[in-house]
Design a protein around this ligand. Structure first.
Ligand code: 0RQ
Length: 499
């Protein structure tokens, strides 16, 4: 069947009000660009004509501004899942104008197949190549691509010539069978392939192919500062200690590292530390630092769900595709984040907390317990199943007015049973095998900013009985001081008389 080439506007006409739309890609990498823009324009026209037009948006993770941002600004999003990081969409989520559902990234594909969220009407995916017999070669991000293509009634392909067709071979595309027929997912080392280098779809469902030449949004990083550098060095120091003590095998274990500046700095520090042998990466987001380390021979292989790299780095990869092609593998997030595989491989997981409490619970998502930041992402997939799960965080935020360490987290994403190690720029708190009070002392002594250590020690000294000395009449005193006085340092325990 011949492919039908159409404009982005024509493609948008295949999307109806109330449709559930599944997008390929993961972070801005591999996300469709021109069709979401056309859908946003269509929504604006419909709204001007007095008609409703909103869609459900299902993605691999965050997307580019041309997807989440454009649709949000056109007030075209009814429902959104999972992770997002766009300012305009975030504002609408926090104003409750968009119904947002946060879920572990590895769960979404299977739960779509289980029918938990209704049908997928349309799949919109970016491709480096598409053939008449329905083979789609993704670009730099995979995400939900195979699942939404199989479930959708209609498929729209953005064929993006910014990505060479020769990228074919970098992907490993598979979908597991669903219970009760699921078998093991046979990834025994990061480089194992279990699927095909392309997505096979029913060609009759491809309603149109839109040609584009749009680069991914640039994911540039802010330069390393003293704090991120110190966190990175502390992570490297901890892992070297673990290796020397024999708790990590001498040939090391695969690493997962979250998204953002801190994560990028951590990887850079690990790569530069010659006491750590060249290592492999089993992660979801392959960032700039990994590619730099690959060129130096410090990273041997990287399996992920997306190449979320700057434009400069993607140009570098494409100019040396022969070098990189057998060192990088991109999988659907159902595989890159899969608990079974993460636990089998013994992945060392490193994610960033917004805040942690002194007993080891972590908040990754909600600012002061109410405002959604980005979402859980893959942090839960990896933390719960990692060989050692590490959380990193600067000890303070907003110029010291906020302590990242509080008596009780204002929202819990990862609990004390899953969080093994916390690291700030001040040091390392190894929580393994420690009681709640021991964990609290370790975190205060090693990770907390000196401004906040006396306040947290005083909290522990309030004489609360029980296994976990949490004072339910005072545990949110830091948050209250922030809300009422604008600074957690102004917490005054005299306002909380001991009973
Ligand atoms: O805001 O830039 O306005 O000052 O939060 O903080 O320190 O720059 O850290 O970019 O690494 O993001 C948890 C959000 C950290 C991210 C989070 C403010 C701070 C700053 C960002 P400003 P930093 P990062 C795999 C892993 C969840 C998902 C996950 C995240 C801004 O890592 O979304 O782990 N994680 N996925 O000032 C108020 C606090 C704060 C605070 C920091 N306690 N209260 N604001 N900030 N702490 C990736 C995927 O799943 C795709």
């Amino acid at each position: 069947m011949a492919l039908r080439f159409i404009t982005a506007e024509e493609a948008a006409s295949f999307v109806q009000h109330n449709d559930n739309v599944g997008f390929g890609g993961f972070t801005p990498a591999g996300c469709p660009k021109v069709v979401p823009h056309a859908i946003a324009e269509r929504a604006r026209r419909e709204h001007e004509a007095g008609r409703e037009f909103k869609i459900g948006v299902f993605t691999g993770a965050s997307t580019g501004d041309r997807l989440d941002g454009e649709l949000a600004r056109a007030e075209a999003v009814k429902f959104r899942t999972p992770y997002q990081s766009n300012k305009d969409l975030r504002n609408q989520i926090n104003a409750r104008e968009v119904s947002y559902f946060d879920i572990h990234l590895s769960h979404l594909a299977q739960e779509l197949r289980y029918g938990f969220y209704g049908p997928i009407d349309v799949a919109i995916v970016e491709a480096a190549d598409v053939t008449e017999d329905g083979r789609i070669v993704p670009t730099t991000g995979v995400g939900l691509l195979p699942t939404v293509c199989r479930l959708a009634e209609r498929i729209i392909v953005e064929l993006n010539d910014k990505h060479p067709k020769e990228i074919c071979g970098i992907h490993d595309i598979a979908e597991p069978l669903d219970p009760p027929h699921r078998k093991d997912m046979p990834v025994y080392k990061p480089s194992d392939r279990v699927g095909k280098p392309y997505v096979q779809v029913d060609p009759a469902k491809i309603v149109g192919v839109v040609r584009t030449s749009e680069p991914n949004d640039d994911s540039g990083f802010t330069p390393l500062d003293d704090v991120t550098l110190a966190i990175g060095n502390n992570v490297a120091k901890f892992l070297v200690q673990e290796m020397k003590s024999g708790r990590i095998p001498a040939d090391f274990l695969p690493l997962q590292s979250g998204v953002g500046n801190v994560a990028n700095a951590v990887l850079g520090a690990l790569g530069d530390n010659e006491e750590i042998p060249a290592f492999e990466v089993y992660t979801e987001v392959i960032q700039d630092a990994v590619i730099g380390l690959m060129k130096k021979g410090r990273v041997k292989f990287a399996s992920g769900c997306s190449l979320s790299v700057s434009r400069e780095v993607i140009r570098d990869i494409y100019s040396q595709l022969d070098f990189f092609k057998d060192k990088i593998l991109l999988r659907p997030n159902e595989y890159s984040n899969n608990p079974e595989i993460v636990r089998r491989l013994g992945v060392i997981t490193i994610n960033t907390a917004l805040e942690a409490d002194i007993f080891g619970n972590v908040n990754s998502t909600h600012v002061t317990g109410t405002k959604m930041m980005n979402g859980l992402g893959g942090s839960g997939d990896f933390t719960r199943n990692g060989y050692i799960s590490i959380f990193t965080t600067p000890s303070t935020a907003k110029g010291g007015k906020i302590s990242a360490f509080v008596p009780m987290v204002s929202h819990a994403d990862h609990n004390e049973h899953s969080v093994k190690v916390i690291i700030s720029e001040y040091g390392i708190a190894d929580l393994r095998g420690k009681s709640p009070i021991e964990r609290a002392r370790t975190i205060i002594d090693n990770c907390v900013h000196p401004d906040y250590r006396p306040l947290l020690n005083e909290y522990l000294d309030r004489g609360i009985a029980g296994h976990t000395p949490q004072d339910l009449t005072a545990c949110f005193a830091f948050h209250r001081a922030l809300i009422e006085k604008g600074d957690m340092r102004l917490t005054d325990w005299k306002e909380y008389p001991q009973k």
